[in-house]
Design a protein around this ligand. Structure first.
Ligand code: GTP
Ligand code: MG
Length: 301
């Protein structure tokens, strides 16, 4: 029998690109759920992380960074993030000290239109040389919005995240256990496989190319007697020249992407992995509604 005092809720994690939202989700869950990278606009979909306790269930939703979108593809991602705001019980707004003032004001404008409680998380305090700056910084944020709480954190080190959990738990409404206790996410394994490959490309391939990449898992077959999963995935790029860069001299880049991704996928899935990667040119897929749908991305059309 479910306890009638059980509480649960959806907690949106929003903020400007690169603020550390996905790093925070992973820290809260003590597990890598969402991919991270030093480049902005890494996250493209909502990514769910579920925290189950004896008396409550917290469903965190990591979102794409909100920015002044320059094209349809980015606009659709920003829409994904904004729509999460009104569907949540609590919003965690992640900011990076005083950076991204314009974007944060835009997000605050959206938050002023809804009644959802907002907790401000000032992230990356490990990089703050002078800790004396923190109090005036918190004070200036307090003047801008009626935050439920303002918590300085370091998502990467875990500083302040215990306090975040305590505040969130306080604000959880009465509600059911939405997911079985052992679920950490509701996304399928194929999604994480594609994301991990994309993450390695974000880390290994230079400049703008990772933005032109979409990964699609085309085969995922389990062979239990060998404790093996055979995976084949297509790395889609927009142009022939990008294909060459992903493959690299003598295929070296693709091999390195495959090696790093395979090691992490093996840890994630707890078995041996055969990972076959190939690169395909799908001309201007970011502007093609059919391709966007196929790759699991929102499209405004
Ligand atoms: N020093 C420091 N770096 C951090 C901290 N949190 C995140 N980072 C780094 O900031 C970069 C961006 O982190 P992400 O978690 O990918 O940021 P995000 O907000 O999810 O970014 P998008 O998905 O692109 O919107 C990565 O290089 C992280 O390692 C922190 O507390 N301290
Ligand atoms: Mg992210």
């Amino acid at each position: 029998m479910e306890n009638k005092d059980f509480r649960s809720g959806y907690i949106a994690i929003v903020g400007a690109p690169n603020a550390g939202k996905s790093t925070l989700l992973n820290q809260l869950l003590k597990q890598k759920i969402s991919i991270t990278a030093p480049k902005p606009q890494t996250t493209r979909n909502r990514v769910t992380g579920i925290l189950s306790r004896a008396d409550c269930q917290i469903i965190f939703i990591d979102t794409p960074g909100i920015c002044k979108a320059s094209d349809e593809f980015n606009r659709a991602m920003v829409e994904t993030s904004l729509s999460t705001l009104s569907e949540s019980d609590v919003v965690l707004l992640v900011v990076e000290q005083e950076a991204d003032r314009f974007v944060n004001e835009f997000i605050l404008d959206n938050l002023r239109r809804i009644a959802t409680p907002v907790i401000l998380l000032i992230n990356k305090i490990d990089t703050l040389g002078n800790k004396g700056l923190l109090l005036p910084l918190m004070e200036s944020w307090r003047k801008r919005f009626d935050f439920r709480a303002i918590i300085p954190i370091s998502a990467i080190k875990g500083d302040g995240t215990g306090e975040v959990l305590a505040e969130v738990t306080e604000l959880l409404p009465a509600g059911p256990r939405y997911y079985p206790e052992d679920y950490v996410t509701d996304q399928p394994e194929r999604f994480f496989v594609a994301e991990l490959i994309r993450e390695k490309i974000f880390h290994l391939v230079r400049q703008e190319i990772p933005y032109a990449v979409a990964v699609l898992v085309e085969k995922f077959s389990e062979i239990p007697e060998k404790n093996l999963i055979e995976i084949e995935a297509a790395i889609n790029v927009e142009r022939e020249s990008q294909k060459g860069i992903i493959i690299g001299k003598g295929g070296r880049m693709l091999k390195e992407i495959g090696k790093q991704a395979r090691l992490e996928i093996e840890t994630l899935l707890g078995c041996h992995i055969y990972l076959g990667l190939f690169v395909r040119v799908q001309k201007n897929w970011r502007k093609d509604p059919r391709a966007l749908q196929e790759f699991g991305y929102p499209s405004n059309r």
